[in-house]
Design a protein around this ligand. Structure first.
Ligand code: ADP
Ligand code: RBF
Ligand code: MG
Length: 386
């Protein structure tokens, strides 16, 4: 839930972190470390990712050497993996909402700086892969340009200095605990966008915690509001997933009176790691039945505190029977809100029904209705060879 304290001061400048905040670096880092460790006969545990998020490269290397008892010094290990990362820089994808945020601040003339623990040359290489990013920042500060990296405040203080402004006029956007600590120590307002799920309590020192960049409300800080929300929905670049309907927790119909035709989250771990948890909507096709309006949640269902991320699509239609095993295809076209916890089951149910009404109505807008005819939904399944 977007926990917010009484929101503090108004700001005029924004300082953003790069890895894990604008870029989905974790996903690429996980792949690189997984294959590197596999060659040493060791298995990368993505749960230890929190030990490297937000650290300087050498600190992150030291953590991996220690955790996996590698037969190298941290310097040796860093020199082995650095080229592997350099090869992948242009494969690191922007996180949802990153391009939108950069364009928004830029087109409204809000000064923006980039402040990262990475060396400056790495930052420049990474952002050069994304159109319009470099020119959007009036200052870029790398970890090698100050004495101490985050959690020390140096990087943020230097960014403010280069923008010719006071630290107290700056709003920091950060995904890591080290970054939040650094921003606060610099005397700045800090919005945390945690990249590690279910760790929100660790970010209590932040001025505000949001689930993703899609949930930012710049007007809370005296900055220009986003103007792309339409009737309670945010249009997104559509994405498509599909597969056989599987058994879920057996809870949707029974406990909530809201059946959800679950897809296997495991089969879509890559695409899901690109999209933040939350409530989305779009169109759902069942190959033998038709195309229906759909609203869904993706995530850990905070009310039930699940340990697995699940995909829970509710088709806005009454069906005479179950359709387990049938091919379900989804075109996801818009975002409604982050997943939330609720004080009671009734309030969760009421909120899901409201999501349903919002989706039902929005999907009639031409902007969203157009995707009802996506070939992905309407084309027959390819013949199976088996
Ligand atoms: P599970 O936990 O196994 O997903 P649910 O109680 O959520 O069980 O029920 C989901 C099942 O109900 C779906 O897999 C599907 O077969 C059926 N179903 C019937 N109507 C709908 C609907 N409108 N939306 C989604 N699923 C539906
Ligand atoms: N579960 C939550 O814990 N928090 C939510 O905010 C939430 N939002 C949902 C929104 C929609 C549109 C749907 C279909 C489900 C949502 N759920 C949410 C998931 C619900 O808990 C889940 O479908 C049941 O637990 C069934 O497994
Ligand atoms: Mg279900």
């Amino acid at each position: 839930m977007a926990a917010s304290k009484s929101v503090g001061k108004l700001v005029s400048h924004v300082i953003v972190d790069l890895d894990g905040t604008l870029l989905n670096t974790d996903s690429v880092a996980n792949q690189i470390l997984k294959s590197f460790l596999a060659k040493l006969g060791k298995k990368w545990d993505s749960k230890s990712a929190h030990r490297i998020v937000g650290r300087t490269p050498l600190e992150a290397a030291a953590a991996v050497v220690e955790d996996y008892q590698l037969p190298y010094s941290k310097e040796e290990f860093l020199s082995m993996i650095t080229p592997l990362f350099a090869d992948q820089w242009c494969n690191i994808r922007p996180l949802p909402g990153a391009n939108r945020l950069i364009k928004h601040l830029r087109s409204n003339g809000v000064s923006m700086a980039l402040a990262s623990n990475s060396p400056k040359s790495n930052i420049e290489a990474k952002i050069s892969c994304h159109n319009g990013w470099k020119d959007s920042f009036s200052a870029i500060v790398g970890g090698d340009e100050v004495e101490k990296g985050k959690p020390s405040p140096d990087i943020f203080l230097e960014a403010a200095r280069r923008m010719n402004t006071e630290p107290s006029s700056c709003l920091v956007i950060e995904d890591s605990i080290a970054g939040v600590t650094a921003g606060k120590a610099a005397g700045m307002e800090v919005i945390a966008v945690p990249s590690i799920p279910k760790q929100v309590d660790k970010f209590s020192s932040a001025s505000e915690v949001v689930n993703s960049l899609l949930d930012l409300q710049p007007e809370k800080w005296g900055l220009p509001p986003f103007e792309d929300w339409i009737e309670g929905t945010l249009p997104i670049e559509p994405w498509y997933i599909g597969g056989p309907v599987i058994k879920g927790f057996g809870r949707g119909s029974k406990v909530l009176g809201i059946p959800t035709a679950n897809l296997s989250a495991e089969s879509f771990s890559d695409i899901l790691s690109e999209h933040t948890s939350g409530v989305y909507f779009g169109w759902a096709a069942l190959s033998t039945r038709g195309v229906y309006k759909m609203v869904m949640s993706i995530g850990w269902n905070p009310y039930f505190d699940n340990t697995e991320k699940t995909i829970e699509p509710w088709l806005l239609h009454e069906f005479p029977e179950d359709f387990y095993g049938e091919e379900l295809r989804l075109a996801i076209v818009g975002y409604i809100r982050p997943e939330a916890n609720f004080p009671s089951l009734e309030s969760l149910i009421a909120r899901i029904h409201e999501d349903g009404r919002i989706a039902e109505k929005a999907l009639d807008l031409p902007l969203y209705a157009a995707y009802r005819d996506s070939p992905y939904l309407t084309n027959p399944l390819p013949e199976s060879n088996s």
